[in-house]
Each structure stands twice: as C-alpha cells, then as structure tokens.
Design a protein around this ligand. Structure first.
Ligand SMILES: [Zn+2]
Length: 402
C-alpha cells in the first residue's frame, strides 16, 4: 500500500484500481470504472527534462514510457495501451539494456519533453480585465493602484485587453496609442460573437466574413483587428497605464432613491465574445473586478429602485427572488460559451454590499476560475490575492501561463 501512496505523491495520479482489467469482460464487471485522477501542473521537484519530442505509438499516439516492453535486439517497443509493435527510429539505434534513453528509466514515470517541432507556435496567455466603474472615488483609487501593480507582473509575452462598465460597456482600444479610444456597447443586452465580429470588421473597414468563422477558427479576422484590442503586455504598458490612471466613476447621474446602473452581465458577455472571436482555444482569463450588484441588462440581480431589497437566503428558499433564475440561466450560458472556447472567468468581488456571486458562480466554477471576496478594493485580501495570481509557484497560486 505504502508503495502506491509513494507513487501517488511522486506523479500526482490516483486510480481506483492498481491493476488494469485484462479483458473487456473484466472491465465491464468492475463496479468502479477504471479511471484516473491526474494533477495537471503538479510541481515536481527535480523534474527530469529531456530536450526532444516524445516517441509516439504509431497506432494510438501514446508515448514510450518505463512500462513499455522493449525488445533491444530487434529495436522494437510494445505499446502498453494498444499492444502495437513499434520500431525505434534511427537515432535510438544505440539503445540496449545498459544504455537506456531517460524516458525508459524506471523512476522516470513523469518527465517533461522540450519539443518545438511537434507543438508548433505557442499561443501566448491572454488576460482581459473587466472593471466596474460604479464605485465610489475612494474605491476607484484602491482599484487603480492594485491594477497598476498587477499589470507590472503580467508575463511579457501575454496579450492584454481592457473593458470598463457601468451604465454602458466600454472596450478600450489599447493598440491605438495616440489618444484614448474605446467602443461602447449598450448595457441592456448581451453581445454575441457575431455582433462583436461585425463591429470589429466594420471598424477595420472590412466586410463581415461569411460563415465558418465563428466555428473556432480565426480565419477572416485579421491579426491586425485582434491586435487593436488584445495587445502584448510588453508593448502596451504606456496605454494600459494611462487607461488605468484615467479610470473614473461612471458619469451617469444616479437619483437618490436608486442604485447605480451596473451592467455586469453585458460586460462579461462582451468580454467572452471578444475572446471567442479573437483567441478561441487559447489560455485566456477574464478577470472581473466588481464592486456592487448588477442592476442593468442580462444577469441583473436586483432592480434599480432602492425600495426593493437584494434577495436574501430566505427569498431564495421561498422561491421569491424574481430575478434569480433568469440571472443563473444567463450565467449558465456564459459558462457554456467560455467552456467551449476554453477560457476562464475569475471574479474579484469587493464590496460591503452583495454583488451577486450566487448567480455568477456557475460561470466561475465551470471554467475553473477563482473567486476573491473582500469588503473593499483596498483590503489586503484582494490586493494580495490579485498579485498571487501572477506570482511563481512558491508564492503564488501555482497557475501556469506557459
Ligand atoms: Zn499504442
């Protein structure tokens, strides 16, 4: 038993069975199915790294490993998964029992390969900041300094986008450095990928490309159009800093008996669709900074009138929170879209008031995002958590942006 625990600690893999069933019948009669829990990005001290690509089975594409059976004289290895016999390539010709390549060392059950040829160009990580401006001046000040600090830690090769929201959604064009420029979307409606694409092509002076674009490819949308909204962190420092520096409270007047008009849902929908159009399938995170309840458009949790209280646990129990189900449904859609695109939603909810995490959480949970709750953007829980996202494994959260 202890042997298996050691292996678990070493490789970060746990399986319900220690033996794989030998026949299909055995497999079917297993009450608990054969499965594995794997820890991606597990930090393994002294991880062996080899400077070449893995050797793959020509049938099932699984790779040569310490459990593969090898015929040294015939220079053949037997795939552990499909039992295909594979010939070693020429550069393995000196292989023998006393001259093993590292991937066959019995203790090298987890190793890393550095391979450039097979994987092709690596997509940079993408961060899109979605920032609430319906907050008091003092909070804006705190948020500005936290964002400014965070942007300094962004990996140089990463792409950055910046969206602000209040009554309207504003997508800032970071790729245009001469003067601040942004595109405004209504806060009352969600925005589809098609609409974003149409807008972006319109502004680029191009016809909307015909079908086949949305399916997940970037054909038809030039990298030029993308680079207006998602800019390498190393190139947009000045513009990004000035956008952050000039962040202002949402300028629209709020009557004394009303809540601020905050279109959190529409802003997240714009962010999700922008990423869906520009970088589907890449490692992108939407980082939402929210300072109060959504009152406008899709995903609203309460009306603007202050006479109506925000839903409580009791209301949810009694099913008397009229906007709850609708909002959850909206965020469920956002979750599906983000999962399909392979993108993550993180939420930094900093307010004394409620912000509607109960409605939004489905989109964060399903995309593997992070929620940080604090009472103010000046609170150390928020500031430290934000920095830890970008810090390396020892101090940070162990996220990987490679
Ligand atoms: Zn195979």
């Amino acid at each position: 038993m202890s042997e298996f625990l050691e292996l678990e600690a070493l490789d970060g893999i746990r399986m319900p069975w220690n033996v794989i069933p030998g026949t299909k019948e055995d497999a079917v009669s297993c009450v608990v199915p054969v499965s594995a829990i794997y820890t991606p990005l597990k930090s393994i001290p002294d991880m062996p790294v080899v400077p070449y690509a893995p050797l793959r089975c020509r049938m099932c594409r699984s790779i040569l490993n310490p459990f593969s059976r090898v015929d040294y004289s015939a220079k053949i290895w037997l795939c552990t998964f499909c039992f295909q016999r594979n010939q070693f390539p020429q550069h393995y010709s000196s292989i023998s029992e006393n001259n093993l390549p590292p991937e066959l060392f019995p203790q090298y059950t987890t190793i890393e390969y550095i391979s450039t040829a097979e994987t092709g160009p690596v997509m940079p990580p993408v961060f899109i900041f979605v920032v609430d401006t319906c907050i008091i001046e003092e909070e804006i000040g705190y948020l500005k300094s936290a964002l400014a600090q965070a942007t300094e830690l962004l990996p140089d090769n990463s792409l950055v986008g910046f969206i602000t929201f209040g009554t309207y959604v504003q997508v800032h064009e970071l790729g245009f450095g001469l003067l601040p420029k942004s595109y405004v979307f209504k806060g009352t409606k969600e925005v589809s990928k098609e609409q974003i694409l149409e807008q972006m092509c319109f502004f680029a002076g191009k016809q909307k490309p015909t079908t086949g674009v949305i399916a997940g490819t970037r054909d038809g949308l030039s990298s030029e159009s993308i680079s207006r909204f998602l800019v390498p962190a190393s190139e947009c420092e000045f513009v990004l800093n000035s956008v952050i520096e000039e962040l202002q409270k949402d300028p629209w007047h709020i009557p004394a008996d009303q809540r601020a008009s905050r279109c959190t849902g529409a802003a997240l929908s714009v962010a999700a669709s922008l990423l869906g159009v520009c970088v589907p399938g890449s490692g992108a995170r939407i980082m939402a900074f929210v300072g109060g309840p959504s009152t406008e458009g899709p995903g609203s949790i309460v009306s603007k009138s202050l006479t109506e209280p925000i839903r409580s646990h009791k209301d949810l129990d009694k099913d008397s929170a009229p906007l709850f189900d609708k909002a959850v449904k909206f965020y469920d859609q956002i979750a599906k879209q983000l999962v399909h695109q392979g993108h993550v939603l993180d939420l930094f909810a900093c307010a004394v008031d409620q912000v509607g995490v109960a409605e939004m959480k489905v989109a964060i949970e399903k995309t593997g995002g992070i929620v940080v709750l604090a009472e103010s953007f000046g609170h150390s829980v928020f500031k430290d958590s934000l920095l830890r996202i970008f810090q390396s494994a020892d101090n940070g959260l162990g996220l990987s942006f490679k």
